[in-house]
Structures are given as structure tokens and as C-alpha cells.
Design a protein around this ligand. Structure first.
Ligand SMILES: CC(C)(COP(=O)(O)OP(=O)(O)OC[C@H]1O[C@@H](n2cnc3c(N)ncnc32)[C@H](O)[C@@H]1OP(=O)(O)O)[C@@H](O)C(=O)NCCC(=O)NCCS
Length: 177
């Protein structure tokens, strides 16, 4: 069943920490050296209010998560956009990204970057391109030989939301996620 529009991400709360660490840390560790420590520090930042995390969970299952890290006043990095493998192609990734984009447009951000390993970039690419991102650069061998990183960049002028009527910027109605 197509569930696009049914998911509503909510802000991370400290009680989510154990679940996010247990499910996201192994995924990121496969991609990046030092990922567990990085994630721990990022969640500290989220709890101090200097980074943002949104998620969709159902009980003990983390369905999807975003982590945003500010880069100065008007830019940020979407450090993580991830949907659990059992929950893909149900609209969760789109719901997570849409919730971010609405805030980026409202805040008048100048740009947002997301870097992804080439193995994740093909899944991410379709969703990102529809949402105002393009490939800005490819950093070859960034984390070792053959481990290239694709750097996507979002600009407001490229985002279809910017010209959308106000109704399109209202959050989706949620199920019991
Ligand atoms: C990319 C990702 C977030 C997509 O999440 P998702 O919940 O499956 O995405 P959605 O169901 O919302 O799909 C939105 C659109 O993206 C596109 N898409 C998503 N996965 C795709 C795939 N594997 N191939 C082609 N297109 C894809 C489709 O166009 C889809 O629209 P459609 O359903 O109308 O065809 C998910 O595959 C993922 O988390 N991949 C791993 C990313 C990763 O490693 N992140 C960690 C480092 S940042």
C-alpha cells in the first residue's frame, strides 16, 4: 500500500537515544570510521539544542531518522537521512526530507549539503533530485581507496516547495507511528 503522506516525523527526545544508537550506529559504522563516537556526540548536540534530529519510530523499531548539523547562520548539513531496510519505499524517506525542507524554506536557508557513500547515493539520488538537490562534487577515495563520497547540495531556488502554495507546506497527517 502506498503510505505517502501518512508519516509524520517527530523531534528526537532523550528516551530515543538507546534506539537510535543501537539501530543507526551499525549502519554508519559500515560506512564511516569513528561513526559510533560521531553519533554519540551528535546526539549530545541534539540534546543541547545545537543540532536537530527527527525520527519516525514504532515501539522498538526505528523506521527512519534525519540529523541536521548547522554550518553557520544560513547553511546546514543534513548529516543523516536513513530509513530502515524493512520500511523502504513506503514514503518514509520522503516524509522525513519534506519535514526538513519545509523548515529550511521557512528559515530562509541559503544551502544544505548531504554527503553520501556511493553505495547509498543511488537510492538517495532520486529522492534528493526531486527535492531541490543536485550533485555538487564527488570526493574520490575520501575514506579509503574506492570509497568515494557524493556531495549533494540543496538550494532554495531549485526546490519545488518554494513556489508551492501555502497548503503544500502544511505537515502531513500522521498515523500511530
Ligand atoms: C534513500 C532512502 C532514504 C529512501 O527512503 P524510502 O523511505 O525508501 O523513500 P520513499 O519511499 O519515501 O521514496 C521516495 C522516492 O525516492 C525514490 N527512491 C527511493 N528508493 C529508491 C530506490 N532504491 N531506487 C530508485 N528510487 C528510489 C523513489 O522515486 C520514491 O518515490 P516513489 O515511491 O514514488 O517511486 C533509503 O533508501 C535509505 O535510507 N537508504 C540508505 C541511505 C543511507 O545509507 N543513509 C545513511 C548515510 S546519510
Amino acid at each position: 500500500m502506498d503510505q505517502v503522506g501518512l508519516w509524520m516525523p517527530r523531534p528526537y527526545a532523550s528516551f530515543d537515544r538507546r534506539l537510535v544508537m543501537s539501530q543507526l550506529s551499525p549502519v554508519l559504522s559500515d560506512l564511516y570510521p569513528g561513526a559510533t563516537k560521531w553519533l554519540d556526540r551528535r546526539l549530545d548536540d541534539v540534546e543541547y539544542g545545537t543540532a536537530a534530529c527527527r525520527l519516525i519510530r514504532s515501539g522498538a523499531s526505528l523506521k527512519g531518522v534525519t540529523i541536521e548539523t548547522p554550518k553557520g547562520q544560513n547553511r546546514l548539513k543534513l548529516s543523516t537521512l536513513w530509513v530502515g531496510s524493512d520500511y523502504r519505499r513506503m514514503g518514509i524517506g520522503r516524509a522525513l526530507l519534506d519535514a526538513c525542507r519545509v523548515r529550511w524554506v521557512e528559515r530562509g536557508l541559503e544551502s544544505v549539503t548531504l554527503t553520501a557513500d556511493t553505495s547509498a547515493a543511488s537510492d538517495l539520488g532520486v529522492l534528493l533530485r526531486r527535492s531541490g538537490f543536485t550533485v555538487a562534487k564527488i570526493e574520490r577515495d575520501r575514506y579509503g581507496e574506492g570509497r568515494h563520497e557524493v556531495i549533494f547540495e540543496w538550494l532554495p531556488v531549485r526546490d519545488p516547495l518554494v513556489d508551492a502554495p501555502a497548503a503544500a507546506m502544511s505537515p502531513a497527517v500522521s498515523p500511530s507511528a
